[in-house]
Design a protein around this ligand. Structure first.
Ligand code: ZN
Length: 498
């Protein structure tokens, strides 16, 4: 728990201007590792997916994974980057147990993609995030610190290393510093990672499961007095692995650094750890300079030289990107930008889009996913996409309502059945006998019984107090367990009581 003094967020904005920047690592979803044929499947027994190459054994030789290079170029193109016509891998030398070779194979001064941008929207305002570089490297192994209370090395009595992750292709996407976001800096950081994740999903290059560490961001934050010509010293909060945490890490660092500056001290340039439980950061190590790593071109790998034709071919495989898709659907569905933002924030855009594709009207699809289903997901504490109902089933449900087979209330009961695994809505309606009652003998009997059981109410209606009829409609709906059509019941009652 941090005991460092913090300045109130709104107050610090009256004196300081933040600059943020993000370095995001994405594990590519290739079947094999970056420089060897080992599998990349998540969750295997420790150290079962290794070989002499990814263990850095003497005499082993790496070969670059073509699919990983393709994916990186596609990411670069989606971000509007220039693609290098010739570039090399480099060795970044450092000793750490999770890096068995004693160096990481990465790209240094010759990245594959440079000079792109990504526009993100926060509260209706667009912020352009300049992308400095997109390069390819390999992931490290994973340390497991055993015996301590926190799982960190501090307090542990021994550590285990799993090299299954060592050598998995990793793309690093580095932004240029982002000034000018002011109070919105934490949200811009979050919006950037959110949009980047959407693009990576659309490209199909990674599963981008943040909880599995497929995507993690290092968040740079600095503060300078308003009007200052120089930017402040930045800190780098490492490996932030949820969208919410990206926003919280920026917010915390702004508040902490403001207190340091207010006290007349200097912000230390260092890496910091983010703590999910308290939404605070704590000091890591002081930041190494590039010269500490003794970078040099990797002698065991041939240079990468994507020719124009190949790059053009990859460019032609780019899908419709998320921003363009949102703009198109906003138009097609007749939504306001705010309504589209709600859909996106609820994580419902894909689901609604699939439901529309399955035959529902956009209005019905939105109504079900943002209404009843959002409520149920919220009650169950799960994401919308985790509910056991498919867009096709929701479309079928909406179809049954618009055909008059069931009403909204019965549809909610049908949904109970679908979520309980009883099958498609039509099957549940059939099995549970949920169809709306027509003007059957049963309904006539129920209407007559309601009048008979409530003679005083019936008299009121006959005497002109028409609104009293609601109580009778309610009584009929109750005896028919919601299966009657309320409008039909009302009309039948009116006929009898006029
Ligand atoms: Zn290997």
């Amino acid at each position: 728990m941090s005991t460092e003094p913090l300045v109130d967020f709104d107050e610090l904005l009256t004196r300081y201007e933040p600059v943020i920047g993000l370095e995001t690592h994405v594990e590519l979803g290739t079947a094999s590792k970056m420089f060897c044929g080992c599998s990349t499947t998540f969750g295997a027994e420790p150290n079962t997916q290794t070989c002499p190459v990814c263990l850095g054994l003497p005499g082993s030789l790496p070969v670059a994974n073509e699919m990983a290079i393709e994916s990186t170029i596609r990411i670069g193109l989606a971000l509007g980057c220039r693609i290098a016509t010739w570039c090399r891998f480099a060795r970044k030398n450092y000793f750490y147990p999770d890096i068995p070779k004693g160096f990481q194979t990465t790209q240094y001064d010759e990245p594959l993609c440079t000079a792109g941008h990504l526009d993100v929207e926060v509260d209706g305002e667009t912020y352009r995030v300049e992308i400095e570089r997109v390069h390819l490297e390999e992931d490290t192994g994973k340390n497991l610190h055993v015996g301590g209370a926190t799982g960190r090395i501090h307090g542990a009595d021994h550590s285990l290393i799993d090299y299954n992750r060592a050598g998995i292709p990793l793309v690093e996407i580095v932004t240029r510093p982002i000034p000018g976001a002011g109070a919105k800096a934490p949200e811009v950081a979050r919006a950037y990672v959110t949009e980047l994740r959407e693009i990576l999903l659309a490209l199909g290059v990674s599963e981008v499961r943040m909880e599995q560490g497929n995507l993690r961001s290092d968040v740079n934050t600095s503060l300078a007095p308003i009007g200052s010509l120089e930017w402040g010293t930045r800190t780098e909060t490492k490996n932030v692995n949820s969208l919410r945490s990206v926003e919280r890490a920026v917010r915390f660092e702004m508040r902490r650094q403001a207190a340091v500056l207010d006290a007349g001290e200097r912000v230390v340039q260092e890496t910091r750890h983010f703590h999910e439980d308290t939404a605070t950061t704590s000091s890591g190590r002081s930041k190494e300079e590039a010269t500490d790593y003794r970078y040099f071109p990797e002698p065991d790998l041939v240079p990468v030289a994507p020719d124009e034709e190949w790059v053009a071919k990859l460019g032609a495989t780019l899908p419709e990107l998320p921003a363009a898709r949102r703009a198109r659907l906003t138009e097609e569905w007749g939504l306001s930008p705010t309504e589209m933002a709600w859909l996106v924030n609820a994580g419902a855009l894909g689901l609604v889009s699939d439901t529309v594709a399955a035959g529902a009207s956009p209005a019905d699809a939105r109504k079900w996913w943002l209404g009843e289903l959002a409520r149920r997901a919220n009650d169950a504490g799960v994401e919308l996409s985790e509910l056991s109902v498919t867009p096709q089933q929701v479309a079928q449900l909406a179809g049954l309502v618009s055909a008059g087979t069931i009403n909204d209330q019965l549809a909610r009961q049908a949904l109970d059945g679908v979520l309980a695994g009883e099958g498609d809505p039509a099957a549940v309606v059939e099995a549970r006998g949920l169809a709306v009652m027509g003007e059957s003998d049963e309904l006539v009997a129920a209407v007559d019984a309601a009048i008979e059981a409530n003679p005083d109410v019936a008299d009121k209606v006959r005497g002109g107090k028409v609104q009293a009829i609601g109580a009778l409609v309610g009584a009929v709906m109750k005896t028919t367990r919601g299966k009657a059509d309320a409008a039909t019941v009302k009309r039948m009652l009116e006929e009898r009581l006029s």
